[in-house]
Write a protein that binds this ligand. Structure first.
Ligand SMILES: [Zn+2]
Length: 124
């Protein structure tokens, strides 16, 4: 087993740099968690080159693009949830004095819940 300079079992990490897409290496398990050493050793033999390399870079970029979209959707989802809560509060404080207003808010909550349902499925 590979031990890092802290004496901990080294963690296998996948590199996603342009030079070494998809290549795995051993690193300090405490990396990104504060105090860590600079231990580094390749896990895989050889270097990925030629078309597999380009394909890997393309896939990496596609995944990054999708992550961005997921983040945007998550933000939108949170905004809609806030909006939905606001309407719920409005409905409960309105009572039944103004029947038309009540129906309209109820309708809004309905379609928002529908959108939220769809979004959580596509985001899963
Ligand atoms: Zn270490």
């Amino acid at each position: 087993m590979n031990l890092c300079r802290c004496g901990l079992p080294a963690k296998i990490v996948t590199s996603w740099t342009d030079n070494n897409p998809g290549r795995r290496f051993f690193g300090c398990p405490l990396f990104k968690k504060g105090r860590h050493c600079d231990y580094f050793d390749w896990f895989d033999e050889g270097v990925v080159d030629g078309w597999p390399k380009e394909a890997l870079i393309r896939d990496r970029d596609k995944i990054r693009e999708k992550d961005k979209v997921i983040n945007q959707l998550t933000t939108q989802l949170m905004e809609l949830r806030l909006e939905l809560d606001k309407h719920k509060v409005e409905i409960s404080s309105e009572g039944s004095e103004d029947e038309n207003n009540f129906v309209e808010s109820d309708h809004k909550v309905g379609w928002m819940q529908k959108i939220l349902g769809k979004m959580s499925i596509s985001n899963a």
